[in-house]
Design a binder for this molecule. Sequence first.
Ligand SMILES: [Zn+2]
Length: 157
Amino acid sequence: MGFYRIAKTFEVEYAHRLSKHPERCRFPHGHRLRIEVVVRGRALDDNDMVCDYKALKTLVLELVEELDHGLGVSSDDPHRLMLEEMSERLLVFEGVDPTTEVLVKRLFDEISGRLTPGRKVVTPSGVTYTVPQGLQLERVRVWETSTSWAEYTADAG
Ligand SMILES: [Zn+2]
């Protein structure tokens, strides 16, 4: 038996600094991230959908907004305090540099924590959706540039 997959894509302006990087990535710099969220389900809901795109968008958008114009740094970054003074939107990653791999895993965990079946989602227009039973987060992919991405995928099965 197969399953359906649907995807929603988000774009956001984001900066980071990779404190351990031997080359230019150790300097604070920005990316326009493209974030693809893929979910799957074996059955369609009462509206004949895997999950309404609006519901998916509402659930993920809050997390994407946290990244918007944020600056990702490691908690161990020797310049952390100085960067904290520069940006109120510092995104601290505990003990790791905010590589695309680290970011995509963080997003995967956060999104999967929100996609709990039965959860009510109220869209900005005031419509309430319910996360369908059996809905699963399959993968999140983050494009850091037009030629580079990192992905975190759920276990098969
Ligand atoms: Zn970078």
